[in-house]
Design a protein around this ligand. Structure first.
Ligand SMILES: [Zn+2]
Length: 148
């Protein structure tokens, strides 16, 4: 089984977590902060709001693919199930999050989201890249290969 890599939410150090230690309590090798490795078990997209954006995205233990979407948007409905599949496939590797832009205008404005769907990629607490439109699954996978 391949190990997982968990970024410490306190100091940002990437810690190696053997697969058989997932779900057990772990300490960051650098700053000794306690890390909740249950996060590596999440297999479904995580809903993010303006108020928990920093905690769930910027301090995420994993690289994040954030789907900025709206309920009235047709292409967003097509992309949704694709991201649900990818969240299961990338369990413990990439965190997939969803942000409703109508309910969370602050984050949408901060990252200049002008159309939906827009996919934003975050790693190391920063925006790394973005993709606009309901792209096919293989194109999303190709882009995310660098973060796996
Ligand atoms: Zn640390």
């Amino acid at each position: 089984m391949t190990p997982f890599y968990f970024r410490c939410p306190d100091c940002g150090t990437r810690n190696r977590i053997p697969a058989d230690k997932v779900g057990k309590s772990a300490k960051c090798g650098k700053c000794s902060a306690v890390m909740d490795t249950n996060e590596l078990r999440i297999q479904a997209p995580v809903t993010v709001m303006d108020k928990d954006f920093s905690r769930l995205i910027l301090k995420s233990p994993l690289p994040v693919l954030l789907d900025c979407w709206a309920p009235w948007c047709g292409p967003c409905q097509i992309l949704g199930p694709v991201l649900t599949e990818l969240a299961a496939a990338w369990q413990g590797k990439i965190r997939i999050c969803k942000l409703n832009v109508d309910q969370n205008p602050e984050t949408a404005a901060r990252f200049h989201v002008r159309s939906v769907p827009t996919l934003l990629i975050f790693d190391k607490g920063q925006l790394q890249d973005s993709m606009a439109g309901a792209l096919p699954k293989h194109q999303i996978m190709r882009k995310m290969a660098a973060y796996l």
